[in-house]
Design a protein around this ligand. Structure first.
Ligand code: NAD
Length: 246
């Protein structure tokens, strides 16, 4: 697919950070975008900004750690815009805690936002994408998707998990013309998550997440005949590197 104008997308975690930057890029491409986030206050402001710029967006306030809310949210998006050309599951929560500190509830919250929501959202769009002739699904991964980091007892296995789901669905999606990939920020990005977790030294090198968005425009154009089963590192240069994980 060359032109995204008039196509629709679902983006989670769209109220701020990288998700906001991707949403802005998609609105600029002429896409209609369902914006999901737990921060309803920020989401309304963002939706007003995009609408004022001529965009067609639907803000959906949802706690993606909750299965029923996630299902309701994706049904609202499908009801408004039909089968999405692209599903970008970008929302995540990273709270560093040791194994001694973390509770089961805390562990499940982070895992559910990252992995359970990826499953529920993907399952909800799967058949509509097949019926529409294809589509593109992207999960935001991280270095935590393939390396270990201390005190990421939930985030780390959550990110490993979505890489596994991605590989499985990329294989299943190919004959249905659905591309499934993971993406990572290929540069330190200036976002609220980074603000909480980066050292002062790392913050000296962080970049505006808007610089990473060309990779996400490219990914939205993919289908089963294009790039699938890859981890794509979105670079601040506007380019990207893709590693085949299949
Ligand atoms: N910041 C980095 O350097 C970095 C590095 C590697 C990967 N990532 C990944 O990139 C993605 C975006 O990161 P970011 O830095 O923009 O994060 P961020 O924390 O700045 O933004 C994440 C968004 O997700 C939303 N969210 C959190 N919990 C939610 C819930 N329960 N329901 C709905 N929405 C919820 C937040 O409100 C926020 O708007 C994440 O998947 C993250 O893991 C980020």
């Amino acid at each position: 697919m060359d032109n995204l104008r008039g196509q629709s997308a679902i983006i989670t975690g769209a109220a701020q950070g990288l998700g906001y930057a991707i949403a802005k890029a998609y609105v600029h491409e002429g896409m209609r975008v369902a914006l999901m986030d737990i921060r309803g206050d920020l989401l309304e402001t963002v939706a007003s900004e995009f609408t004022a710029a001529g965009g067609d967006v639907l803000p959906i306030t949802v706690d993606l750690s909750d299965a029923a809310q996630t299902q309701t949210a994706v049904e609202a998006a499908l009801g408004q815009y039909g089968p999405p050309r692209a599903l970008i599951h970008n929302a995540a929560l990273l709270i560093t805690r040791s194994m001694r500190e973390i509770t089961l509830d805390q562990w499940q919250t982070e895992i559910n936002i990252i992995l359970q929501a990826a499953f529920i959202l993907s399952k909800a769009v799967w058949q509509p994408m097949i019926d529409a002739g294809g589509g593109s699904i992207v999960y935001l991964s991280s270095g935590s998707g393939y390396k270990g980091f201390i005190e990421e007892v939930a985030y780390n296995p959550g990110k490993h998990g979505i890489e596994g789901l991605m590989k499985c669905l990329a294989l299943e999606g190919k004959p249905f013309n659905i591309a499934v990939n993971c993406a990572t920020p290929g540069a330190p990005i200036n976002t609220p998550m980074s603000d909480t977790n980066y050292s002062e030294e790392q913050k000296q090198h962080w970049v505006d997440p808007a610089l990473l968005t060309p990779a996400f425009v490219y990914l939205a154009k993919q289908d089963g005949s294009g790039l699938s089963g890859h981890r794509v590192a979105a670079r601040a240069s506007g380019k990207w590197d893709a590693v085949d994980l299949l």
